[in-house]
Design a protein around this ligand. Structure first.
Ligand code: PHE
Length: 329
């Protein structure tokens, strides 16, 4: 192989070379530029034997090849460096925002804490209900006008599968399976198709409490509600029990809190003594046992605590709003 052929071969080899590791890169360097056996090093030595003219001519070409090899190595090294994340301890850190509890979750935890102090246990119920647990067992038969008050989302075109309109269905599920006495609190989402009301987002949260034992009276109900309201709004808050109607409680009341002259009395919950008919539906003897139940709208309560005027802000995921609650937990 004469020098010209050798050069062509080397050119081609340099051109197609590609290294994926440091080791390959180093072998490439040694192969061509190694002090002892490098191909180009050898050619430089050979040059000495050439005529002046050839020395000049081939010297230039071999020098050029040497340049190509070093350039290729440098380029590869540079590329590798780019792939390694560069760490500069003097640069400012990347700030990751720490999330906080949603105000609704904060209030749910608060309510659980308050009720666990007075012996209530937390239970959960399904959000997809059937007619019996959501309505019929609660003494709301088909065609009862109070079903109108809770415009219902039915699922799969099936009138026996619906999104619960209130957490009172949990009363039925729990009472059917357990023997009194019990004190239960259940919190979760409820769904109503109420486009005109303040709950215009179709979903809101409720807390349902119920207590069954021998000799439970309205006085127990009243003291329990006062305990809740005074714990949240302070001892001197004025509370009023206004007679009302729910098919599943008798007597029934709505509870209002006084928020001063401009706001006046504001309704925050419904409650009452569990109707004997409901107890009968879950096989609890109303001659022996009595109980009370109440249902609170969590968003409603929360807007009063934080003095918020539009309930929809709870569901907008606006960080400027949510950030305010970081210190709460
Ligand atoms: N379930 C009723 C509602 O959603 C509230 C309620 C619960 C009333 C328990 C009385 C007793 O409006």
């Amino acid at each position: 192989m004469d020098i010209q052929q050798k050069i062509e071969k080397i050119k081609e080899e340099i051109k197609v070379f590609d290294a994926t590791s440091d080791y390959e890169l180093e072998s490439f360097r040694i192969k061509f530029l190694g002090k002892k056996n490098g191909i180009l090093t050898f050619l430089f030595k050979e040059l000495k034997k050439f005529s002046i003219q050839d020395k000049k001519y081939f010297g230039k070409i071999i020098n050029n090849l040497k340049k190509q090899v070093t350039e290729k190595i440098q380029l590869k090294k540079l590329k590798q460096q780019k792939n390694i994340p560069h760490f500069d301890p003097t640069l400012p850190g990347i700030y990751k925002e720490i999330g906080s509890m949603h105000p609704i979750s904060i209030l749910i935890h608060r309510i659980i804490e308050l009720f666990s102090k007075i012996g209530f246990s937390v239970v959960e119920g399904p959000e997809i209900e059937d007619d019996w647990h959501n309505f019929t067992a609660l003494n709301i038969p088909p065609e009862h006008p109070s079903r109108e008050m809770q415009d219902t989302f039915f699922l799969y075109n099936n009138t026996d599968s619906l999104l619960r309109t209130h957490t009172s269905s949990v009363q039925i599920r729990y009472m059917k399976k357990h023997v009194p006495p019990f004190r239960i609190i259940s919190l979760g989402k409820v769904y109503r198709n109420e486009t005109i009301s303040t709950h215009s987002h179709f979903m809101f949260h409720q807390a349902e409490g119920f207590y069954i034992d021998k000799k439970v009276t309205f006085l127990d109900l009243k003291q329990t509600i006062l305990y809740l309201i005074h714990s949240i709004f302070g001892d001197i808050t004025k509370v009023r029990f206004r007679p009302s109607y729910f098919p599943f409680t008798e007597p029934s009341a709505e509870v209002d809190i006084y928020f001063g002259k401009t706001m006046g009395w504001i309704e925050i919950m419904g409650c009452g003594m569990i109707d004997p008919k409901v107890l009968k539906n879950v096989n609890i003897d109303s001659e022996i046992y009595s109980g009370f139940a109440f249902g609170i709208g969590i968003e409603r309560l929360s807007i009063l605590i934080y003095k918020i005027n539009d309930i929809r802000i709870y569901f907008e995921n606006d960080m400027n709003f949510l950030r305010h609650f970081q210190s709460e937990f």
